[in-house]
Ligand binder design. Structure first.
Ligand code: ZN
Length: 444
């Protein structure tokens, strides 16, 4: 986008954020204007024709966004460190420097994504650090504002790369085989941004020195909006299981094949899709199941299909619950197979372990949210993956969601009001202050 158009978008974005922002939220060192102006400045980096954000991981745009955040980290009095995976840490020194509390998110986006998914979590953590600095609050332990590299995974079809590298979860033998959409190897992509494979694998860090991790993120759903709440407390992060199912039948002419005796795989698949939606609620309140992709072969108007291939995406925050829904889906497939006489093949093509967040951490975040909003805290699961999912496997972790308008995300229309953003930042600040007063062992 032309420089002038970019500047005028960013100006408009800022004034839209500031519109009807209640100045009473500017207290205890937190500044809504500062948050809004930083969101607006980040929005200029990778701005698309559709006024969305295009900051692919390991791109010049992601790099530019990180460099800008480093400038603000310096302004907030933080000391800056970048690891071999390109994760950026800005540290506010605590009284005891043995341990750290971490908070942050990511700055990369999906292609033509929004301006809040990621940046809000980074700027929220930064705002808390700056507010503490300005009000002379010295935390008991170090506080690190973190920017994780490549959360979205749009480049290598993976995701959570920075946090997984820090946790030492990446299998380097597999990682080096990855190629991006231009056929560039992972190593070459690292090199293009002054990173190396050695440095990347050396970014593993001892996480028992991390006392807690707290992430702010937009909800990407409508639950908070429907309840008119700014902030929600996340119960857990759902891990998906994918079942890729192929239904095989007898292809035939739509006109010349009588109805009796047909073996139509699309009719079988149709029954599966229809009945799959009733399975999650038989198991848990947080489970979901979706078929979003279906291929019909040969896909002709006047042809009874010979084959239908679809993928069921099943998620829950509890592994046992998820496994039960998957088992029910498998039983349904078998029932449909027998009823319609089709041949079925089932492959589990993905299985990510969900992460439940500790009750104690949820409780601390809920009390903080209630203090700030004056409303009873609302708990909800996260259906999408976040860096908090990786951190939650090793470190006491909490997550706060901010109200997203119409639940839209990964889209230029993504929007959260500044009032909602700043209320969540206050809740984050109080959550971090409460964690700061406790021992790590009390948090799990
Ligand atoms: Zn995100």
């Amino acid at each position: 986008m032309a420089v002038q158009a970019t500047a005028s978008f960013s100006k408009l974005f800022l004034s839209r954020l500031m519109h009807q922002y209640p100045a009473t939220l500017d207290r205890e060192g937190v500044s809504g204007k500062r948050v809004a102006s930083r969101l607006a400045q980040l929005s200029k980096i990778g701005l698309t024709e559709q006024q969305g954000s295009h900051r692919m991981s390991f791109s010049d745009e992601e790099r530019a966004a990180k460099e800008l955040v480093k400038v603000w980290m310096k302004e907030a009095g933080l000391s800056i460190y970048e690891d071999g995976a390109g994760n950026v840490f800005g540290t506010l020194q605590g009284k005891d420097q043995e341990q750290s509390i971490l908070s942050g998110s990511h700055l990369d986006s999906v292609p033509n994504g929004g301006h809040f998914d990621g940046p809000l979590g980074v700027l929220a953590a930064l705002e808390v650090a700056q507010a503490w600095q300005e009000t002379d609050y010295v935390p008991e332990t170090n506080f690190e504002v973190v920017v994780f590299t490549d959360e979205e995974g749009a480049r290598f079809n993976g995701g959570l790369t920075g946090s997984r590298a820090m946790a030492g979860e990446i299998d380097m033998a597999n990682q080096v085989k990855l190629k991006d959409f231009n056929g560039k190897s992972f190593e070459k992509v690292l090199e293009d941004h002054q990173l190396t494979l050695k440095g990347f694998s050396g970014s593993k860090r001892s996480l028992n020195k991390v006392k807690a991790y707290v992430e702010v993120h937009i909800e990407q759903g409508k639950q908070l909006e429907e309840r008119n709440l700014s902030t929600g407390v996340v119960t857990g992060i759902a891990g998906p299981s994918w079942l890729t199912i192929t239904f095989k039948g007898d292809a035939g002419h739509a006109g010349n094949t009588p109805m009796p005796g047909r073996i139509d795989p699309l009719v079988a698949a149709g029954e599966f899709v229809l009945r799959l939606k009733d399975l999650p609620e038989q198991v848990s309140p947080s489970g979901v199941a979706t078929v979003g992709k279906l291929e019909v072969t040969p896909n002709g108007v006047n042809v009874i299909p010979g084959e239908v291939k679809l993928t069921a995406d099943i998620r829950d925050i509890d592994e046992q619950w998820k496994n039960q829904i998957v088992a029910k889906a498998r039983a349904l497939i078998q029932e449909v197979e027998e009823k319609h006489g089709v041949a079925v093949d089932v492959q589990e093509t993905l299985n990510v372990t969900p992460v439940k967040l500790p009750e104690t951490m949820q409780q601390i975040a809920a009390e903080a949210t209630e203090q700030v909003t004056g409303k009873k805290a609302y708990h909800l699961p996260s259906g999408a993956g976040h860096d908090a999912m990786v951190m939650g496997r090793y470190v006491p972790t909490a997550m706060l969601f901010t109200n997203s308008k119409d639940g839209i995300s990964h889209n230029p229309k993504e929007w959260s009001t500044l009032e909602h953003c700043v209320e969540t930042i206050h809740a984050l600040k109080k959550t971090l202050e409460a964690i700061d007063q406790k021992d790590r062992s009390e948090l799990l």
